[in-house]
Design a protein around this ligand. Structure first.
Ligand code: SF4
Length: 378
């Protein structure tokens, strides 16, 4: 516990807040003309609200919440396909709990389970493999979901299934990547961002050089950050320091966890099992080139899309967003969750229209749970 408490030390947090305030004043950041810093990762969004950093920080610093919640960006069409897979009588559909309440067109996975589908929550793809071993007469499908953080564990499960020759295991692959949506945001002429807080857990796997383009091509600073309050405050200070100096670099605040070049074993597993899809649809963001992973032909037998003739194996289906839902605008930082006309009215955790309200990393869930930000309250 000592290791965690050191990063929640109020005295250190106060000193960092003071240093941020001085730096913000020095660069002329005000409430009317704030510095916009996007925290890409939904885990960071929740830490910011959980510790009240949005309210404690100098009013010239505005947090913009990014698209780094993998459950939130899953389009309704993919949720519908999950449910179709799960409702096949021969299938045991396995998933992390976070995805259970994400709304599809007609229902969520939890509603499909209540309707009789055999859906089981697992803690790891290896749990799904074990289910496949124990149920040779059933098809076990694992819902592969997440950024580079979770992609390697799914790859290792597929490699293990191949070694064992398990014929009744497959993965519905929805693994996605961080750099491409950030590039899409930076290419948006209406996006106003002066710096980024980079996702620490993703960088544990890929290192921090995949973000070099943010500094080199777009001239924006990015600091890879940990998840404790002083990690985030120190990272904001590092971004502001770069802005003050007129610099744009990739820096690593989370050095205790993030190696410069990532984890070579995980990267090797990713490269062995997956290749980039030409494009992948993101909820609220549309198609983004090379932003999703698919299973290589060498492991085709473990690709649920190929096995069951669904998803990108047969063609993309168009499923429009719910009318009035502003998930895309929230995920691209254009508006705050409370500015969505549905927030707290048509959309609550019990009656969610978008995944942002039910995911543990969703921005709307953070506002709902922790009472919203200064900008929302005033
Ligand atoms: S309040 Fe609901 S509909 Fe609006 S952006 Fe959030 S999740 Fe989407």
């Amino acid at each position: 516990m000592k290791f965690a408490s050191e990063f929640r030390d109020p005295k250190l947090a106060r000193a960092l807040l003071q240093a941020i305030a001085e730096k913000a004043d020095a660069i002329g950041a005000t409430r009317e003309k704030p510095v916009h810093i996007m925290e890409i990762c939904g885990g960071h969004t929740h830490s910011i609200f959980r510790y009240g950093l949005d309210k404690l920080i100098h009013e010239g610093v505005e947090f913009i919440h990014g698209p780094g919640c993998p459950v939130c960006v899953l389009p309704r069409a993919r949720v519908d396909e999950c449910i179709e897979l799960a409702e096949r009588p021969e299938v045991i559909f396995t998933t992390f709990g976070d995805a259970m309440r994400v709304p599809g067109s007609t229902k969520s996975l939890i509603q499909a389970k209540a309707d009789g589908a055999d859906i089981r929550m697992v803690y790891s793809p290896l749990d799904a493999l074990e289910l496949a071993r124990r149920n040779p007469d059933r098809e076990v499908v694992f819902f592969g979901l997440g950024f580079e953080t979770t992609t390697p564990s799914t790859a290792l499960a597929i490699q293990q299934a191949a070694r064992e020759g398990l014929a009744n295991f497959s993965v519905f692959c929805n693994h996605i990547t961080v750099p491409e949506p950030i590039k899409a945001l930076l290419d948006d002429p209406y996006m106003m961002l002066e710096g980024f807080i980079g996702p620490g857990h993703v960088s544990m796997v890929i290192g921090f050089h995949p973000y070099d383009f943010i500094a080199q091509d777009y001239g924006k600073p990015i600091v890879v950050a940990g998840f404790e309050p002083t990690d985030l405050l120190q990272s904001v200070l590092m971004v502001l320091t770069q802005i003050e100096a007129g610099q744009a670099r990739v820096e690593n605040q989370y050095g205790r966890v993030v190696p410069e070049h990532g984890n070579s074993v995980s990267i090797a597993a990713i490269n062995d099992v997956y290749e980039k899809r030409p494009s992948f649809e993101w909820r609220g963001l549309g198609e983004i080139d090379a932003s999703g992973m698919r299973i290589r032909d060498a492991y085709r037998a473990y690709d649920a899309e190929e096995k069951f003739g669904i998803g990108y194996a047969v063609g993309r289906r168009e499923v429009p967003e719910v009318e009035g839902c502003a998930c895309g605008q929230v995920m691209t930082g254009r508006i705050k969750p409370t500015q969505c006309p549905q927030f707290g009215k048509g959309c609550t955790p019990e009656t969610a229209l978008g995944a942002l309200m039910v995911s543990s990393e969703g921005a709307c869930a953070a506002y709902w749970q922790y009472g919203g930000a200064r900008t929302a309250a005033e």
